[in-house]
Design a protein around this ligand. Sequence first.
Ligand code: PMV
Length: 329
Amino acid sequence: MATAIAHPNIALVKYWGKRDVDLNLPSTSSISVTLDSFQTQTTVRWDSPRDVAWVDGKPATPADAKKIFKHLDLITPGRPTARVITKSNFPVAAGLASSSSAFAALTIAAADAAGERFSPEELSCLARQGSGSACRSLWGGFVEWRRGLLNDGSDSHGLHLAPRDHWDLRIVVAIIDGGQKKMPSTKGMIHTMETSPMYQAWTLSSDRDVSEARHAIMERDLESLGQAMERSTLKMHATMMTADPPIRYWKSTSVWAMDAVEDLRRQGISAWWTMDAGPNVKILCEAEHAEHIAQRLRVLVDEVLVLKIGEGPQRVPDDEEALARFVVR
Ligand code: PMV
C-alpha cells in the first residue's frame, strides 16, 4: 500500500495535439509551472477482492474506474486486485489541470505500492500515458516536457528547469466556472488535428515560444515569459476555434478577465493571462501585485484564488480514516 500527493501544473507554453494518441506523445514541447495548495491525494492498496475506486468520496464512474485500473495495469502488469482512494481539493475537469495531479499521484502511489523503483523520468513517462500534462507534475517549480523523437516515447518526459524558490511568482486563478469541461482534452485535440487549418502553423511555431519561455524563466524575465505564454495560449485557442465544428472554451467573463489584466498592465502592473481547456483564467504575476490583481478580478468573478508555486509530489502516510471508510465487502 502507498499514498502520494501531487499538485497540478499550468502550462505556460501549451500542449495541444499528439504525434501518437495511444502513448500520449505530443506534437510540441511544452513548459509548465506547478501549483501550490491545489492537490490530489491517492492511496493504492492491494487488499481488495476486486478492483474498486473512490473519487472524491464517491464510487468512481465506470469511465473513471476504467482509466484508473488501465493505468495500474500499465505500471504493475499482472498486479493483484486493488482499492484506490483518491481525492482532489479543487474543481476537477474544469480546465484547472486536475488530470495532471490525478495521474501523477496515481502513478507514484501505484509504483510505491508495488515496490517498484523508477527514476523520476521513468515515472514521468508512465504518468504521461495516463494524461499528457501529468508528466510535468513529477517536479515542483518549472518543468519542460520535451516532445521527444523516439517512437516508444522513452524520451518524451518532463525535465526539471528550476525549483519553486527560483522565482517568487503567484498564479491568480479566476474560477469562472468550476463545472466539468464540455469536451475532454484528448477528444478536443484529435478533432483539432483533423479539422483545423491552423493546426500545422501551431505545431511549427511552438518551438520558438518554448525556447523564449525557458530563457525567460532562467533570467526571471516576467515580461518575456508573459508574452510567450499569451502567444502560446492564443495560438492554441485559435486552433480549437477554427476546428470544424469549432471548440470554444472561452466565456464572456473570461474575456472580461483578460481585459482587466491588460488594463492593469497599462497601469504598470506586470500581469499575464492564460487559459486551458475551460473558461477559467489564470494570471501570472509578481508576489507583490497578486492581491491587487485578485481584488480587481473579484469585481467580475465570485471565486478568485491566489496560489504560490508548488513543490513536487510527496509520499505521505496512509489516510487510515479514509481506508476504514472505503472498504470492499
Ligand atoms: O493532459 P491533458 O490531456 O489534460 O491535456 C492538457 C491540455 C492543456 O491543459 C489545454 C494544455 C497543457 O499543456 O496543459
